[in-house]
Design a protein around this ligand. Structure first.
Ligand SMILES: [Zn+2]
Length: 388
């Protein structure tokens, strides 16, 4: 019997076909009308496929869309912070009828990924969606830009998927579904697991926070996003090398596991933190570390808004609970790693390097101090920037 937290809604609902059925599904898809999907839509399809978005088994119909935008819950009453949608133009929508099957093809790579059985098509209010999901409809926000560029009609329907878009090949064992991570955590005998969300290389501050999570839970699950990021973010392959070297040299691998997932960042800050918790629950995590400006971008969210939003849900609605942490850094007076919350000293004692400054240093071949980042990690980053 698994001791892990149960999936969101009680059970995993993956829709990725078994390997033996994928070729036939692909052949069938090639006979169907096509909807081309954006990288965000494809990444959601992959998450639905692997069961990460359980209990979702497709793109949201109007009733669920409106329920989520208005109340942050599905029509079933289950917590869900943001819409998972597929959009088309009015012209494309005209050709779609209820019950019809369509093939979903990733626009960037021309890959057939799944078959959708259409159960709804509906107009939606993009500005309203942005204000509830992103807390802004500012046209400069990275997430708002993508919603505003979507087609005007959402298409709801249930999915079967048959492609992993090359992720499973590229990442091998690091690419794991919720069923696989649950089996792994069970094998290790874990009951509580702390997830660490990341889209960056891990520096000393992140390592420190990860270890806090590992100290209070049986296991640590380092879970980097490897879907599409913003311009200027470090590519997944380079980050993976950094994670590997750090795990090997500075973590107790008996108690820590690293796997990757294919989602694309929405930069929705607080709303995305809730989504992160819900799908980590599906991966088997009882806890998730939520720090300063989790999943944020620019100055759109206050420092700890992504922690506070958890209080707007009733106890028990989301079983993966936040471990609320403040920013960590090295302090010269503490003579070690510390946090904003626990250190009594001033800014002048804290070693902080902004993302912009760090990029400039690395690009110039300057080596940041080892109290900021492990030398093994810095070597990989310096090599990456030198080759750019
Ligand atoms: Zn201090």
């Amino acid at each position: 019997m698994s001791k892990l937290v149960q999936p969101h809604g009680g059970k995993l609902t993956p829709v990725l076909l078994p390997e033996s059925e994928r070729a036939a599904a692909l052949a069938k898809a090639k006979t169907l009308p096509v909807i081309r999907t954006t990288s965000r839509e494809t990444s959601d399809l992959l998450m639905i496929g692997m069961g990460a978005f359980s209990p979702l088994t497709g793109f949201m119909d109007k009733a669920n869309y409106e329920s989520v935008v208005n109340t942050q819950h599905l029509t079933s009453g289950l917590a869900w912070p943001l819409p998972i949608t597929l959009s088309v133009t009015e012209e494309q929508a005209e050709a779609l009828t209820i019950g019809m099957e369509v093939a979903l093809v990733d626009d960037e790579t021309d890959t057939y990924c799944g078959i959708l059985t259409v159960n709804d098509k509906y107009t939606y209010d993009k500005a309203k969606e942005c204000k509830t999901v992103f807390f802004t409809d500012d046209a400069a926000h990275d997430g708002v830009i993508k919603v505003m560029a979507q087609g005007n009609i959402n298409v709801g329907g249930s999915l079967v998927t048959f492609s992993q878009l090359g992720y499973a090949t590229k990442y091998g064992d690091y690419y794991a579904t919720p069923a696989q991570t649950r089996a792994l955590f069970d094998e290790k005998g874990w009951k509580t697991v702390a997830a660490f969300q990341t889209r960056n290389p891990l520096h000393r501050s992140h390592e420190f926070l990860c270890k806090m999570g590992n100290e209070v839970c049986d296991g640590l699950f380092i879970h980097p996003i490897v879907g599409k990021l913003k311009e200027g973010d470090i590519p997944a392959e380079t980050r993976l090398e950094c994670y590997e070297v750090l795990l090997k040299n500075y973590f107790n691998e008996k108690n820590a596991v690293m796997k990757v997932y294919p989602m694309e960042m929405r930069y929705a800050g607080p709303s995305e933190a809730i989504l992160h918790a819900i799908f980590r629950q599906n991966f088997g995590c009882s806890h998730i570390l939520v720090g300063r400006d989790h999943a944020g971008v620019g100055d759109y969210y206050s420092a700890y808004q992504a922690q506070e939003i958890f209080d707007t849900y009733k106890p028990g609605e989301i079983l993966c609970q936040p471990i609320r942490v403040t920013a960590a850094m090295h302090c010269s007076k503490c003579d070690g790693m510390t946090t904003e919350k626990t250190c009594p000293h001033g800014k002048e004692d804290h070693l902080k390097i902004s993302g912009t400054k760090l990029r400039a240093m690395l690009a110039n071949g300057e080596v940041p101090p080892s109290n900021f980042s492990r030398p093994e990690v810095l070597q990989i980053l310096l090599k990456y920037y030198a080759a750019k």
